[in-house]
Design a protein around this ligand. Structure first.
Ligand SMILES: [Zn+2]
Length: 432
């Protein structure tokens, strides 16, 4: 699929945030990735943007007002005044309060949102935001190092123009926050490949989580066991994606490229190589659909940077040398200074052929339940969340459109304001 125009979003400040000493999530991996992208000369073949920063209002398209208000106000200096909220919003150990927390969320979320808007306006065919992909964040709470769910917010923007959005998640962890948000709708199909079992975080994502109501059969889970290698992963990824494309016929794709599914990850237990991980990106790209490509997990920093730089090259259809070019972080890539070192581990591959065959059969049976290309009644297209375009050309009737948008994506708020704790399990779903 040649000549796809690629836009890349990077904020030079995003690598300077710290979750705290010893925390495995290191935003610096984004700076490291960007450094490789620049030194490999990949900037020449794509447009690089310093992205918009998402406002609290943008975040409240999905999240509750009081959760976002808390994220805006809390800081390491005043955290002792928020003891009740810390518990309520699951902020503390995994998701600590750190300096600039809201700005960090604003940067990675703004980049995904702007990517979605650029895709909607056909300013590019592929939008890349390696700082995004924080798939665990929920409507009312932080989870698994994620605070604001940039993916859900970007998908809501894509839904203004796209009748069917396919979300694919190759992080080692289940994409629970995105699945939950769109669990009741057929307008977004979520497909997550992840490690499942033995209490592996977040504990959801077995193959019987299918979606509910209008969304039944539009959540797909491919629960895998530890030690999966390139060949085994591809033997299930490729046919599943092929069938999903065939049955669902999405009009655009959001791909979460969590790099904790690589071998030797600090938290992961899969055994993919950088080429194997990149092959998933290649497979999805070949369908030629508009694509929002996001980061996610990834806790062995040097390999995350290698992986996302390589995947940037894959998206640009460029071949890049295995020898890492001179750059200010070169010592991170010692001793081999290569893009594709052997990162495989001795972990046994616990995914037998029988197990994978039964998974494939279940996936196929579930997909058969989906009518080909569900018809979605397209409503009037509401204005973009951000007005990046010429404001003179705006529809004079914009307020009516905005009201309609508000009705469509925030309907639960009026019913649940005031007693959020009672129905916490059930009201993280979006009505789209
Ligand atoms: Zn992960």
């Amino acid at each position: 699929m040649p000549n796809q125009k690629v836009s890349y979003f990077y904020d030079g400040d995003v690598g300077n945030f710290h979750y705290g000493p010893g925390h495995p999530m290191k935003p610096h991996r984004i700076a490291l990735t960007h450094c490789l992208v620049l030194h490999y000369g990949l900037y020449k073949s794509m447009q690089i943007y310093r992205p918009y920063r998402a406002s609290a209002h943008d975040m409240c398209r999905f999240h509750s007002d009081d959760y976002i208000d808390f994220l805006m106000r809390v800081s390491p200096q005043n955290v002792q005044n928020f003891t009740k909220q810390l518990g309520m919003f699951n902020v503390g150990d995994d998701c600590p309060v750190f300096d600039g927390l809201f700005d960090f969320c604003s940067m990675y979320t703004g980049a995904s949102l702007e990517g979605a808007i650029k895709l909607n306006n056909q300013h590019c065919d592929i939008a890349i935001n390696w700082s995004g992909g924080l798939h665990h964040a929920k409507k009312f709470e932080a989870s698994g190092f994620c605070y604001v769910n940039d993916i859900v917010i970007a998908i809501l923007e894509l839904l203004k123009y796209h009748p069917r959005v396919l979300y694919i998640d190759i992080d080692i962890h289940h994409g629970d926050g995105v699945q939950e948000a769109f669990y009741l709708t057929d307008r977004v199909m979520t497909v997550s490949f992840h490690k499942y079992g033995n209490y592996f975080f977040p504990g959801t994502g077995d193959m019987y989580e299918l979606g509910a109501e209008s969304g039944r059969y539009y959540s797909m889970n491919v629960p895998l066991k530890e030690g999966i290698d390139d060949a085994t992963y591809m033997s299930i990824f490729k046919p599943v994606i092929h069938q999903v494309m065939d049955f669902y016929k999405p009009t655009c794709v959001v791909l979460q490229c969590g790099a904790d599914s690589l071998g030797s990850d600090r938290l992961g237990c899969f055994n993919l190589s950088i080429k194997g991980h990149g092959e998933c990106v290649k497979v999805v790209k070949e369908y030629g659909l508009p694509m929002l490509v996001l980061g996610g997990g990834g806790y062995t920093k040097k390999n995350v940077a290698r992986c996302w730089c390589y995947e940037t090259a894959v998206l640009l259809d460029e071949q890049i040398s295995n020898e890492i070019p001179y750059n200010e972080y070169l010592e991170y890539f010692a001793p081999d200074f290569t893009l594709h070192p052997d990162i495989s581990t001795k972990q046994e591959n616990c995914n037998t052929k029988q197990y994978l065959d039964s998974l494939k059969q279940t996936v196929h049976d579930n997909l058969k339940q989906i009518a080909h290309s569900p018809s979605v009644q397209m409503q009037d297209i509401p204005p973009d969340l951000l007005q990046l375009e010429n404001t003179e050309e705006q529809d004079p009737d914009i307020h009516n459109h905005q009201d309609e948008l508000d009705k469509r994506i925030e309907p639960a708020n009026e019913y649940y304001d005031g007693d959020k704790d009672n129905d916490k399990e059930n009201d993280g779903y979006l009505d789209v």
